[in-house]
Ligand binder design. Structure first.
Ligand code: XMP
Length: 333
């Protein structure tokens, strides 16, 4: 009968067989559950012949890049290269207001940065004495992603372009002749979490909320600027910390703070201020196709509002988005 431990053993054996004693594998990681579990599985199967790459796109959450680096290198022992391309991304986002244009830019830039790095890793891998050159590309595709791409145009594919489920594998596999490895393609999200636990990944990482590839760029309405990135990061950090402190994190499917670029008037001390509006969003969902706003206790929202207006410079209002999906979406863009 099927158990997660047996699935893990079989997958490890299958990967070793496929990759061979000399083969090397490349993969992008984001710090999300899927790519982390897939990477740890590869680490168990072939050790440092798996090369993970994390691209800092400048729109990750507060201290997230450093956190992911610690988790993957120190906690999980994964052979990870971090590329800081944040300046290039933020530069390129200037003047872009349309959500789909922002997604397209981030997706395209990600591919460029990743491919340039892949080239360097290929060279390093060839010289490393760890084996022959890179012949495989790891992708943390889940069963629902497989279904969605089979079903012609899934609703989210037509409504928003999800860059992390398109583009990259196509270019790496057809363009660079790498063979695709998708060890999670028969699993649902909760099974991936279970596999993560079986692999010894710590609970906080296994239970992380999903985070979109375009990051907080789709949580800053309209044009992304460095100031708005700072505001979104600080407000989000306060919101998520308070959610954790209140013990609510695992009851919520996804939560974040967004920045509304229109500004409102307020008073602070005895001064009139003119600042940005923060929109808090927290939803519960089973499949991310429909969702409900989370029903927070009133005093929780008041506490978060107080902290954000007091601690985040440039903000004078905090709102909570109660829209369900549909008609809303989980992200604001
Ligand atoms: P929506 O906003 O469509 O979000 O209700 C559904 C789920 O998809 C995530 N999402 C994205 N993920 N790239 C991603 O990798 C994207 O462009 C993107 N847009 C939305 C969203 O965070 C939620 O989990």
């Amino acid at each position: 009968n099927w158990t997660m431990a047996r699935f893990l053993d079989q997958e490890i054996a299958r990967i070793r067989d496929l990759v061979g004693p000399e083969g090397q594998v490349l993969g992008a990681v984001s710090g999300g559950v899927d790519s982390t579990v897939a990477a740890k599985l590869m680490k168990e199967a072939i050790g440092d012949r798996f090369w993970a790459v994390l691209v800092n796109n400048g729109v990750m959450r507060l201290d997230e890049c450093e956190q992911v680096e610690r988790d993957l290198k120190q906690h999980l022992g994964i052979n990870l290269t971090v590329i800081d391309a944040s300046k290039d991304f933020l530069e390129g986002l200037k003047g872009l207001h349309d959500p789909e244009q922002k997604r397209k830019f981030i997706g395209g830039k990600f591919i460029d940065v990743f491919e340039a790095e892949a080239q360097k890793i290929e060279e390093a891998a060839a010289k490393s004495g760890k084996g022959t050159k890179i012949g495989f590309f790891l992708q943390g595709t889940l069963y629902p992603d497989v279904i969605e791409s089979l079903s012609f145009k899934g609703p989210s594919a037509t409504i928003k372009t999800h860059h992390n489920v398109g583009g990259l594998p196509e270019r790496m596999t057809n363009g660079q002749g790498l063979q695709l490895i998708e060890p999670l393609r028969s699993l649902y999200k909760d099974e991936v979490r279970e596999l993560g636990r079986t692999l010894g990944i710590h609970e906080e990482l296994v239970m992380r909320h999903p985070f979109p590839g375009p990051g907080i760029a789709v949580r800053i309405l309209g044009e992304v600027t460095e100031e708005k990135v700072r505001i979104a990061r600080q407000a989000d950090h306060i919101f998520i910390s308070e959610i954790r402190k209140a013990g609510l994190y695992d009851q919520i499917s996804q939560a974040y703070a967004a920045v509304d670029p229109s500004r409102a008037v307020g008073v602070m001390g005895d001064k009139r201020v003119y600042g940005y509006i923060i929109i808090l969003r927290a939803v519960t969902t089973t499949d991310f196709m429909t969702a409900e706003a989370f029903n927070f206790p009133w005093d929780f929202l008041q506490r978060v509002m107080n902290r954000i207006v007091n601690e985040v410079n440039g903000v004078c209002r905090v709102t909570y988005d109660i829209t369900s999906k549909p008609p809303g979406t989980i992200e604001l863009e």
